[in-house]
Ligand binder design. Structure first.
Ligand code: ZN
Length: 201
């Protein structure tokens, strides 16, 4: 069944074409580092969902493999307008889940750098996508810290995973813990990460 929905785009941002011709999310005003830009609620839908999103740039068919994040149970997390968030290795936002919001699938998109009106808003996919199932790609972000080919957090070596463990979301943390097993139990982790680990495994 085809689902047709109108993209609910927050006032703070707009969809535009990037210089590479892709659709991206762009700030309409300035945001200081540390401020929340918008909140969004994702839906959990079957892998084979057929969605057309009505946007100011036209009606865009959603490729569930590319534009959503796989759970491990045949379902995928679908983000509406936020499906168009592009990856950057040195991204200017992270997603934050406030206590109690897990149950309603709500997250906030928070600036981790000062963002100017007109800047593209980006996220590091490695921090919330375990294996980038179906959409591994060569990153063109140009950052000195570029990870190169993006295949999800799973693809990073263990030392690099430990370096970024404080940045990944709970779903990715749970998958990492399951995959790493004793290696993670023996690792020297910050207290806050240990607490989160205890909560997700
Ligand atoms: Zn990159």
């Amino acid at each position: 069944m085809r689902i047709i929905e109108v993209a609910a785009i927050p006032d703070a941002v707009e969809l535009r074409r990037t210089k590479n011709g892709f659709i991206g999310i762009f700030a309409k005003k300035n945001f200081a580092r540390g401020t929340d830009i918008y909140s969004n609620v994702y839906k959990v839908l079957p892998e084979n969902s057929d969605i057309v999103l009505k946007t100011p740039l036209g009606d865009i068919p959603i490729d569930m493999k590319v534009h959503s994040v796989k759970q491990n149970n045949g379902m995928r997390d679908y983000y509406g307008f936020d499906s168009f968030m592009n990856h950057a290795c040195d991204a200017n936002t992270i997603s934050v889940v406030h206590p109690g919001d897990e149950a309603i699938n709500r997250y906030f998109n928070r600036a981790v750098k000062d963002i100017c009106a007109g800047d593209e808003i980006t996220a590091n996919y490695l921090f919330f996508d375990w294996d980038c199932d179906g959409h591994s790609f060569d990153c063109l972000c140009g950052s000195p810290a570029c990870f190169g080919h993006i295949r999800g957090f799973k693809d990073l070596d263990f030392e690099t995973q430990l370096k970024y463990i404080g940045d990944i979301d709970d779903g990715t943390l749970a998958k990492f813990a399951a995959a790493a097993g004793d290696r993670l139990a023996l690792a020297n982790l910050p207290y806050g990460v240990r607490q989160r680990l205890a909560a997700v495994v």
